[in-house]
Write a protein that binds this ligand. Sequence first.
Ligand code: ASP
Ligand code: MG
Length: 405
Amino acid sequence: MALIVQKFGGTSVGSIERIEAVADLVVKTRQQGHQVVVVLSAMSGETNRLINLAKQIDTRPSSRELDVLISTGEQVSVSLLAMAIIKRGHSAVSLLADQVNILTDNMFGKARIAEVAATRLKHELEHNRIAIIAGFQGRDIEGNITTLGRGGTDTSAVEIAAAIKADECQIYTDVDGVYTTDPRVEPNARRMSQVTFAEMLELASLGAKVLHIRSVEAAGKHNVPLRVLSSFNPDEGTLISFEENDMPNKVVSGIAFNREECLIKVQGVPTGTQYLSKILKLFAENGIEIDMINQVNHNFEKIDYAFTVHSNDYLQALELLSEDQAQLGAQNISGLQAVAKVSAVGMGMKSHSGVASLFFDALAQENINVVLVSTSEIKISVLIDEKYLELAVRALHKAFLTENG
Ligand code: ASP
Ligand code: MG
């Protein structure tokens, strides 16, 4: 008997028929002798619908009130699933994050989980009740409702799995695992049966949509085995493993991309790291995450900086920089929205040379220019014009991941 956390995403609970199918799946797991805790997203489209309502009142609604609003989607799905399981003769109880005591910081819209109390969940397990928990939401120390950012239910599931020391956290979605790249862009993409935690962390942070990045971080931190699988045709899916050794010897495991990246340029800044530090502090104080950073020196007198930020933060970042332009000593502040990042990730890069040359050769053959580059031990990322994104993904997939590529 294992203790399993099962998370179902929006499309998996997108209609009454889908909720009934999820109820069957949960009951089946229970009948196999396992203990189950379920974590749910809102029915697909619901969170967008709610955001849209808010935007009709105010294009920049109060972030606290927005969280009160958009956390309601999950309240609907958890109660419906509980009803469906109860109808099947099993005990189930739906719970909101507040009732479980899921404590977060107070960054509305992108809150981080600080702690999940196990008490209530243990109590439900002891009484053989299937707890069905609203994902995506939490509560700060002052009792305000918070949300974890789009796709945040994955993170709720992993944090809950860690708190109750589950044997496995299963993320059910509408794809049957983690692919070498997005099959909608490259039809030759293949499902990986296993991927290492380090690779998954890079893939998720670089834009692979299948898992919320913070869920992968949390899984790594708490050592929670994760499995991605489809609720439509469940098979073994993709296991995110901590073992590097039993991985097939590939140089590149996957090609990830992210359209939601924007470029910010701060040009003509006096030399001296204190200016860069001031810029970064401005971002940090406003909760804006920077991804790529690049600097170009002009005769050691002036420096041009380039940063990338999430498109949600783009306007705010430009505004903040412009307000402080004089203090930052910048001659010019500008941005570019139509850029995208594409990356190749693989543990094998550690031990193989020539990966970068193959990478840039593939892009050169398609005449794709590169705006920014960043690398780590196991990845190469470039920022390019958004209109070449799909072409770049296919070229890189062909170069590294097609059988005879
Ligand atoms: N319902 C939220 C969203 O649409 C959270 C999630 O689905 O994970 O982003
Ligand atoms: Mg998701």
